[in-house]
Design a protein around this ligand. Sequence first.
Ligand code: 5GP
Length: 298
Amino acid sequence: MAESRTPPEVDRAAASRKAVAARRARASLKRDIATRVVTAQEVLRRALADPTSPAGTLRVPDFLTAIPAIGESKRDRILAQLGISPVKRLGGLGVRQRVSLSRWLDERLPEPVPRPQRSRLVVLAGPTAVGKGTVAAYVKDHHPEILLSVSATTRSPRPGEVHGEHYFFVDDAEFDRMIAAGELLEHATVHNAYRYGTPRAPIEKALAEGRTVLLEIDLQGARQVRHAAPDATLVFLLPPSWDELVQRLVGRGTEDVEERARRLRTARRELAAQPEFDFFVVNADVATAAAEVAELAR
Ligand code: 5GP
């Protein structure tokens, strides 16, 4: 008799471990929705593709309140308006409920759509510590047909950095002159420290030759390029998840509490810029991310 009771207990322990893992996965997914690492529509698509997935087992009220700017009272109004019971999970929605939820999301939170007329000017931006520089360097090494723009900067070279290859290292006076002469396509002060700018001439020459040009710049720069060249392709590099970005930002835990909080606030603000971008590439693996960027640049 004692023996026959053992398996159910083992099963129960395994089931409870599984339940904890599932809850963690849903919590992580909610953070990704909140920080716009994934769009709400993408989560709905995942839920419908696999109702047993973290997205599929997420309750609709929890899904809604994870979306920025939806609080509890708005959530209840939406549920009533769409005729969805608060106990429903995303993967268990009926056809009519799916359609109305998806329509509601498309109207209120439109997903970025690729524009048909795009130039060969590609901007790679994304939150701090997501690995833009590494991905851009990989593209440069593996796709010699793509020109990686070399920026001008007022910061000093780090060991191993070569003038004209990694940056054009200039002083403040020269940077001012470049701005005044209209030589920079965009420029910005990054991290409240040094100035960085994209020289216009090499880009115009490469584009005229039909080449693709890749700029690895910060968000302020990306916005200026959008303004100066509305047909440019803006690619947002995403971390695999919010947790992963936090790890990359504060992983070593060497910063004090205030500095950690400041970095996380910055990351949230940067992630919120996603709707301004045309395409998203997830940097889970550098080679794959670089291949996707190169593909978008073709
Ligand atoms: P780092 O000094 O570590 O090489 O670069 C710091 C930051 O400056 C990175 O986020 C990088 O994307 C940004 N950056 C590099 N070049 C440019 C540029 O030409 N324009 C702008 N706006 N940002 C740049």
